[in-house]
Design a protein around this ligand. Structure first.
Ligand code: ATP
Length: 311
């Protein structure tokens, strides 16, 4: 297996002057679940459509499973669900899946039963598609995506419309696929809580850009309890932390903010150290970060960078 199941370099898609996807370099490791997060309009669906060759990039490169994304062989190795899946209205769920299985050519005898079971539709397989509820249609879309046991699954907001039991069952199914069969999953969502129970890696998109690619473990590490300092000179403060207090586990945000993750019970002494060195300390607070806070902070930093570029 290649190191990355999906790799893009400088991927860009422009519609007129608007860059829906702007210079995105994704790295999705093989056999892992990668959550592509971002608010509405961040560029997640456009990125997935580019990966699946449904639209052409304005610029950039894509490698899927070690091949260029135009390679037809990949069609059998990838399963996907983008936006609301389309099926024949007057056919049953089973009949719709049979057509797809025939198109794909290679499948086990129990493929359809297996896929319907995986999404909890085995009792509803004889119902016409037009009689399906929104959530049932979504489940059928998922069945179609996983039916041929692909090596790579690309799923755009797959939990939309599923009830809580359906969400739980589908999440467990994806985890099993990944852990037992080594399937790679790229899954998008605008709900962080939905992804945090699944993903090994997170990519965060904002206004077409990939602001951060980070392992979930690292993300959790960054969101531990910390002491937040607002200081007049963050570079000197960092030097004091390292030289005077032997603290290396800290992070700098912008020109004035500092987060210290270790020796939290020493924060009053650290504060005194800063003041003795002539720094102005305008705030000190003990906080526990949430993942939402983390990404809001990222967005603010990006907005600040862009406004500084314009000045
Ligand atoms: P959501 O969570 O709402 O599904 P998203 O992150 O998937 O959002 P995209 O659908 O990729 O976002 O859209 C990204 C941007 O590209 C948006 O500003 C959207 O209006 C724009 N866009 C997408 N498709 C087109 C198109 N065919 N023509 C013009 N603009 C488009």
């Amino acid at each position: 297996m290649c190191a990355y199941s999906i790799e893009t370099d400088g991927l860009t898609k422009k519609y007129g002057d608007c860059a829906a996807v702007n210079n995105v370099s994704l790295h999705v490791p093989g056999g892992q679940i990668y959550g592509l997060l971002g608010r509405n309009g961040a560029g997640k669906t456009t990125t997935m459509k580019l990966l699946l060759n449904l639209i052409r990039p304005t610029d950039g490169k894509i490698v899927l499973l070690g091949e260029g994304c135009h390679n037809r062989k990949n069609y059998y190795r990838i399963g996907s669900m983008i936006e609301t899946p389309a099926f024949y209205e007057n056919l049953t769920a089973r009949e719709n899946l049979e057509i797809l299985a025939r198109l794909r050519g290679r499948h086990r005898r129990d493929t359809i039963a297996h896929a319907l079971r995986a999404v909890g539709l085995e009792q509803e397989e004889r119902k016409l598609f037009r009689a399906y509820s929104v959530g049932m249609k979504q489940r059928l879309g998922l069945a179609a995506a996983i039916m041929h046991e692909p090596e790579l699954l690309i799923l755009d907001e797959p939990m939309n419309g599923l009830d809580p039991i359906g969400i739980h069952a589908f999440r467990s199914y994806l985890l099993r696929l990944c852990r037992e069969k080594g399937t790679t999953v790229l899954i998008s969502s605008h709900i962080l809580g939905e992804i945090e129970q699944l993903a090994d890696w997170i990519g965060y998109m904002h206004k077409g850009r990939l602001l951060e690619e980070i392992s979930f473990q690292e993300l959790c590490r960054k969101n531990r309890r910390y002491a937040a300092f607002e200081v007049s000179d963050v570079k000197r403060a960092a030097l004091i932390l390292e030289k005077q207090y032997h603290i290396l586990d800290y992070a700098v945000f912008g020109k004035n903010s500092l987060r210290v993750y270790e020796q939290l019970d020493q924060r009053a002494q650290i504060n005194s150290g800063f003041i003795r060195a002539g720094l102005a300390v305008s705030g000190i607070e003990l906080r526990a970060g949430s993942l939402e806070d983390y990404f809001i902070q990222k967005e603010n930093e990006q907005a600040q960078c862009l406004s500084e570029e314009k000045m």
